[in-house]
Structure formats: structure tokens, C-alpha cells
Design a protein around this ligand. Sequence first.
Ligand code: ATR
Length: 244
Amino acid sequence: EVEPSNLESVVKGISKMNFDGFNITKPYKIEIMKYLDEVDEYARLIGAVNTVKISNGILKGYNTDGTGFLRSFRENAGVEIEGKNVFILGSGGAARAIAITLALNKVKKIYICNRTFEKAAALSSDVNKLVNCHAISMEYGDMKNAINDSHVLINTTSLGMFPNINESPLNKNLLNENLIVCDIVYNPVKTKLLNDAEEKRCKIVPGLPMLVYQGAESFEIWTNISAPIDVMFKAAEEASLQRA
Ligand code: ATR
């Protein structure tokens, strides 16, 4: 854990150590960009970095969250994302990566709803600059009609994460059985949102596969070696069981 006022000195310190790279997680995926020498084009488009590679003292930022999510969705949802309407809760670093990646993968409409409306508005404006997608930002109070118009709902907020496992980002009566409900929270593996969604007979996509896939892609960026996905899944599942 790093205090906000120490972020710059921690990043500078790491660059002087013998590391090939590191991951960044909440809440620094956007702020970290200030302290990097280079940012890969896709991460720049997203506006957030979760992976840094260090080569000869040069720090370069990448983003593997969006592609990690997409791979998990493709494997677990049983449908293609293309042409779908998607409702995203949250507008932080992970939401940015997912929204931009889905827009590039031809979803039809993206509703973006966040506690801080200005961040939802900024993200939807960025998504709307990309072709073939229409993003709409909204306040928490206005989500009902947007959810009814969506095929996929994705929670990117930390609501429901351990230790607050009885929290959910929305009332379960807003869910309907036609929705595919995805949560990027992976601790617990099945969040209250996902339990509520199953009760409402929705298809669910948990956060653990996204965690593994984004990590696998980071591993490949650092090492140029194919990631041992099976080993990574086994370790992630064992760690989840131990926590439970
Ligand atoms: P990450 O990198 O995982 O996306 P982040 O950039 O810190 O993390 O973003 C966290 C997201 O969760 C934000 O959208 C945040 O809302 P705000 O923009 O209003 O801060 C949302 N979030 C976190 N705690 C929340 C809470 N208690 N209620 C509603 N939204 C919350």
C-alpha cells in the first residue's frame, strides 16, 4: 500500500531496483500515468494503466484490464458482446478500460452510471469519440430504464468487496432474467450482486477470471513468455478458497 503523497517517490524507487515491471491497482491507475516515461497507445486511449514494464530504466505503461475482462466475458457469458447494450457502474480506472475496450469491440450502446456524475460524463464523452458506439452518462437515481434497455450489466465499483460483503451497488429488484451480470470484484468470488443476480435467474460472470487474464497478459508483457494460465487459475482459486 502506498500513501498518495508517496506515489511518485515509490515509482522512482522501483525504477532503480532490479524489477522487470509491476502492476498498479486502485486507486492509482490514472494518476500513475504522470510518473511514467512512455504509455502504450491503447492504454493512452483508455486513460489508465495497470501494468508497467521497466526496460533499461525506462518505465512504460500498458493496460490489460479491458482485454482481461473481454476474454473472461467471451469464455463465461456464452454470447458475443458485439451489438449489445451495456450498463457500467463506476467510472474509475477499470471502468475506463472496460468501456473503451467494449466500444472498440462494437457494442451498440454503453450506459455509464457513477456516484460522482462528472467522472461518468467525462468517460462517456471519451467513449463517444470512438466510432460505432453511443455512450450515455447518468446519475444513480436514473438507472432503472437504462438497465431495462441493457443486455449486460457490469459492476466496476468496489461495493461488495471484502470486508463489506453484504453490500451491493444496486437493489436486486432492478435486475431481470435477461441480463448477464458481471462483477469485477473477486474477493469474495461470488459477491452479493452475483448472488442477487442468480436469484433473479441472470447469467453471471464473476471477477476471478478477469483477474487471472489481466495478470496473464501483464506476465507476457514483462517476460515475453506465454503465461501458464492453468497454473495461474489454480493459484487464484486456491487463494480464494483459503480466504473463504
Ligand atoms: P479501479 O481502478 O478499480 O476502477 P478506482 O479508479 O478507484 O478503482 O474507481 C473506483 C470506482 O468505484 C469509482 O467509480 C468510484 O466512484 P467515485 O468516482 O464516485 O469515487 C466507485 N466507488 C467506490 N466506492 C464507492 C461507493 N461506496 N459507492 C459508490 N461508488 C463507489
